[in-house]
Write a protein that binds this ligand. Structure first.
Ligand SMILES: Cc1cc2nc3c(=O)[nH]c(=O)nc-3n(C[C@H](O)[C@H](O)[C@H](O)COP(=O)(O)OP(=O)(O)OC[C@H]3O[C@@H](n4cnc5c(N)ncnc54)[C@H](O)[C@@H]3O)c2cc1C
Length: 437
């Protein structure tokens, strides 16, 4: 099993194990011309490419590894509205009107994914609706306010679940109230990415895997990007490297911090797991970089994600580390074996908002989605495609979130320190709640 997975090039993740179409694509060799060239075959690049292809443009996607190999094909698979930072923070940065317009785009992003799933007839991608965001301390008032705001401002329905109802389905004493979002869902992001790729090819687009872009020339109206063995000439280039963005354009690399996060897949243990998690919904807790998980494989296994670090190499004892996290919430899962665990890189900007815009005429960037990428890559890809097609300038709504320097090594240290500080603050809140209970 392990060897086979290694050979298909996606590593040993749950998604690689359950991938429906594994066929590889060829690498770029020689010279190709297109209207638009996309660097990065994650969901941001693929969504932009698909929208351009739908509008009749010729597109070429160059992916260093395989389509969906990055964060897009190894994540939690939760699709819902919002960004990597809260609406309150966005409002503080850009004011109420723009923050609300941006939030509406984030809702649209989730709908784009649904439309693609429906429109492309993706039979290998079952959606499971419903998401619970759980508190680890008692605070029903703040949740009630959040539900009211979403209803009033965005006509978006959320419901508050009281502690009893939460503990009925999530058998952990760590949990209190939750917000239930009926419109969010979870799915198989790698199958989705590969279906988008196929749709692009069906429209005449070209996708090359194993084709890292190592050089570029953006000086003239016709842009050139080069790999080891080929080059693409295009009027527009979209840079969509996510957390794997390299030094191809140093200014882009300097504007993000790649942050690693981890996921585990348990063995099939339906009885034991049912003692802990009794809902097929997507679950996350409210801590910054807290736990998120869901049942998979006919509810027989848990797919559990959590933790973040600025260290980009995989820790040696990753599976044990993640299992400890899971058992600290559900002691009844002690002894449930971890079958595989993996990591992925997310791109975080200093302001925690996506970096979407035009670097210079004909050169576009769409990355920096952090831990909330399923909806935001969709809307990011769409507004970039609209910008290239000249059908809208909605990408400009992201202009206030510029390519600020990530702080270099100081930025990395500061990010890790901020995470530890948040962790300590979250723990203090939980201890206070436990003492009060
Ligand atoms: C473990 C994990 C769990 C997550 N869970 C969720 C979740 O449940 N819900 C959610 O909304 N978000 C989640 N996220 C975040 C989400 O996955 C990302 O924000 C999103 O997938 C980013 O997409 P992207 O297209 O920008 O980047 P990626 O998917 O990382 O794709 C970038 C691609 O660019 C390629 N590339 C880079 N440089 C070059 C080059 N020079 N030439 C050619 N190709 C290049 C890379 O190989 C890579 O395949 C999670 C992330 C991780 C890591």
């Amino acid at each position: 099993m392990h060897r086979e997975l290694f050979m298909i090039g996606y590593g040993d993740t749950y998604y690689a194990r359950t991938l429906t179409d594994v066929s590889p694509r060829r690498s770029l060799e020689g010279a190709v011309e297109a209207d638009a060239a996309i660097v990065g075959g994650g969901l941001a690049g693929l969504t932009a490419a698909l929208d351009l292809a739908r509008a009749g443009r010729s597109v070429v996607v160059l992916e260093a590894e395989r389509v969906g190999w990055g964060a897009s094909g190894r994540n939690g698979g939760f699709v819902g509205p919002g960004y990597a930072t809260s609406l309150a923070n966005i409002t503080r940065m850009v004011g109420r009107d723009r923050a609300h317009a941006l939030h509406r785009l984030s809702i649209e992003g989730a709908r784009i994914v649904e439309e693609n799933l429906d429109g492309l007839g993706m039979t290998d991608n079952k959606r499971v609706y419903g998401k619970m965001s759980v508190l680890r301390y008692h605070d029903p008032d703040s949740l009630a306010r959040q539900c009211e705001t979403m209803k009033r401002e965005f006509d978006y329905r959320l419901e508050m679940m009281p502690t009893d109802a939460v503990r009925e389905v999530l058998r952990s004493p760590k949990y209190y109230q939750a917000i239930y979002d009926p419109a969010s869902f979870h799915f198989h992001p790698l199958n989705y990415a590969r279906s988008l790729a196929k749709a692009i090819e069906d429209l005449g687009g070209m996708i090359f895997e194993g084709s890292r872009v190592t050089a570029c020339d953006f000086e003239k109206a016709e842009k050139v990007i080069r790999t080891d063995r080929g080059e693409v000439r295009a009027r527009d280039v979209v840079l969509a490297g996510g957390g794997y963005t390299d030094n191809l354009v140093p200014r882009l690399r300097r504007s993000i911090l790649p942050i690693a996060t981890y996921v585990l897949l348990t063995e099939a243990a339906p009885e034991k797991i049912a003692q802990a998690v009794r809902t097929p919904m997507a679950i996350s807790d409210n801590r910054r970089a807290g736990d998120y998980y869901r049942l998979v494989d006919e509810e027989s296994r848990l797919l559990w994600g959590g933790r973040i670090t600025t260290r980009t190499t995989e820790p040696r004892r990753l599976a044990q580390m993640m299992q400890k996290t899971m058992v600290s919430t559900y002691p009844q899962l002690e002894g449930v074996r971890v079958e595989t665990a993996w990591s992925g890189l997310m791109a975080y900007s200093r302001h925690l908002m996506p970096l979407i815009g035009r670097l210079r005429p004909g050169v576009w960037h769409v990355f920096g989605f952090g831990g909330r990428g399923m909806n935001t890559t969709a809307i990011g890809g769409r507004v970039i495609a609209e910008g290239i097609l000249g059908t809208s300038d909605r990408y400009r709504l992201y202009e206030p979130f510029g390519l600020a320097w990530n702080g270099g090594p100081f930025g990395v240290a500061a990010a890790q320190l901020t995470y530890w500080t948040y962790q300590a603050m979250d723990l203090a809140k939980e201890h206070k709640a436990a003492r009060a209970a």
